[in-house]
Write a protein that binds this ligand. Sequence first.
Ligand SMILES: [Zn+2]
Length: 226
Amino acid sequence: MLVCTDDDFAFAGFSSKFGGVSKGKFAGLNLATHVGDELGNVEQNREILRQKIGAKKLIFMEQIHSDVVSEISNLDAKIPPCDALITGLKGVAICVMVADCSPILVLDRASPKVAVIHAGRAGVISKILSKTIRKMGSNPANLEVIIGPNIKGNCYEIGDLDLGAFNAFKNGAKFDMDAALKNELESLGVASYKFSQICTHCDERFYSYRRDAITGRFCGFAYLRD
Ligand SMILES: [Zn+2]
C-alpha cells in the first residue's frame, strides 16, 4: 500500500496487489467485482483493505469511462454510475478502481472534502478533473491533488488515434496522460500536486490491463478523519 496522506485531516493513498486472497489471474488484493474474479474473494479483499486503512465503510463507483461526477452526502442514497466521487462525510472512504488508468485523489482542507477520480484516456480528454474540482466548489489554490500509479507515456500505445487538442500530449503512437493532467492542473491553478513515478505496465506489484488483459484492479482511496 502506498500511503500519501496520514494526518488529522485525512487518510489517502493507493492499494497494490499485496495482502489479498484472490487467486490465479487476479492473485492478490483484487477489488473489482466486474472482472471475473470470485465475488467472495473480492468481498474479503475489500474488508481487508477497509480494516487496514481504518475506514468505517468503503464506497466504490460503477465506473463507465464517463465524465460524470457524483457527490455523496447521505449513505442511503443510491450512487449513479460515475467516474468521480466527492464526499464531506467523515470516516467514509471513497475508492476508485484502476489497472493503468489514472487514479486521482483530491483533498480540500479549507472546506473539508475529498474526491476520487477515474481518469483514463476518455476521462483526461473530457477533463473530468476540472469538472470534479468545479463541483467540489473548491478554490484550486487550496487543493492537494495526488495522481497514483498509472500507465506512463513510454508504455501507453494508442496508435494513430486522433485526440484533437490532446494530440499535443502524444509522442508518436504513445499518449502521455501525466503530461496532459499536469497541463490541466497548471491551468486550473492547483498549487499542490504530485504524480507517482510508478508505471503500472512495468511494475508487477500493480494490476495492469494492458499487460495482462484478464486481471484485477487496485484502488485509490481517501477519507476524512473524524
Ligand atoms: Zn511502463
